[in-house]
Design a protein around this ligand. Structure first.
Ligand code: HPA
Length: 270
């Protein structure tokens, strides 16, 4: 695996993606941050050696290199999900490559449904902690000692300083921003009423189908991580209505402005 990571990283360096500092993974429907990047190079995932091979539904995957907030950033516009059939190792491979390129800080966004009904649709939630309910862990298997420890600590997987910093940015701009726990669910089917009750009982505020594998691997390699969920739907088991995907995407679109500002400002002030 180390050899593959190096080959991917060397390919990207040859293509001009040199010395990025901050990595950004954009969630579904959250791609507009790219418009604020002074883009220097864009590469389709298909062209990158050892990147996961695309599934049919996956057409938008692009790696974007450029400048944002005065820093060199590497943006994954489109991520890999477990429900698409990728292994947890495949999903997290790009994060390995980011670290190899020198990235020290990873910012992650996702769309999520709120089981904590205090969270409003089209608002943002800082992820303070997570619960891994995916069937496995990307670190299972022989440990790559060159990259990180066998038993990486998970006492604070989301960097407390970055969290405080984002809270300050949001307060100054009067962006409503809560903090809570994200649980990663397999999908692609949405959750049943009974599952939403279970999710709430286990201590989660929001549920989604991504993020946790990437965050585990980033922590393994000692990267600083911050993650934000865009609340696209509320999951009230006592009043559950069928999911409206257009409404989900629309809420993502509404909240995206705040997310773009938050990440942009965070990078600039970092
Ligand atoms: N459940 C799981 N994933 C999601 C949801 C949800 O309700 N909303 C957006 N992503």
């Amino acid at each position: 695996m180390i050899k593959k990571i190096k080959e991917s990283a060397e390919f990207l360096q040859r293509e001009g993606m040199v010395a990025p500092e901050v990595g950004i993974i954009l969630g579904t429907g959250l791609g507009s941050l790219v418009q604020n990047v002074k883009v220097e190079k864009t590469i389709d995932y298909e062209r990158i050696p050892h990147f996961p091979v695309s599934t049919v539904e996956f057409h938008t995957g692009k790696l974007i290199y450029g400048e944002l907030g005065g820093k060199k950033v590497l943006v994954m516009n489109g991520r890999f999900h477990f429900y698409e059939g990728y292994s947890l190792q495949e999903i997290t491979f790009p994060v390995r490559v980011m670290k190899m390129l020198g990235i020290h800080t990873l910012l992650v966004s996702n769309a999520a449904g709120a089981v904590n009904l205090d969270l409003k649709k089209a608002s943002l939630m800082i992820i303070d902690d997570h619960i891994n309910m995916l069937p496995g862990n990307p670190l299972v298997g022989r440990n790559l000692d060159e990259l990180g420890p066998r038993f990486p600590d998970m006492s604070r997987p989301y960097d407390p300083e970055l969290i405080t910093h984002m809270e300050k940015i949001a307060a100054d701009k009067k962006i409503p921003l809560q903090k809570g726990v994200y649980v990663a669910w397999i999908g692609p089917s949405l959750e049943t009423r009974a599952e939403y009750r279970f999710i709430k009982t286990m201590g989660a505020d929001v549920v989604g189908m991504s993020t946790v594998p990437e965050v585990i691997v980033a922590n393994h390699m000692g990267m600083r991580v911050a993650a934000v969920s865009v609340i696209t739907d509320t999951c009230d088991p006592d009043n559950l209505v069928p999911i409206d995907i257009d409404d989900v995407l629309n809420n993502a679109r509404i909240a995206e402005k705040d997310l773009v500002f938050l990440f942009g400002q965070l990078i600039q002030e970092m």
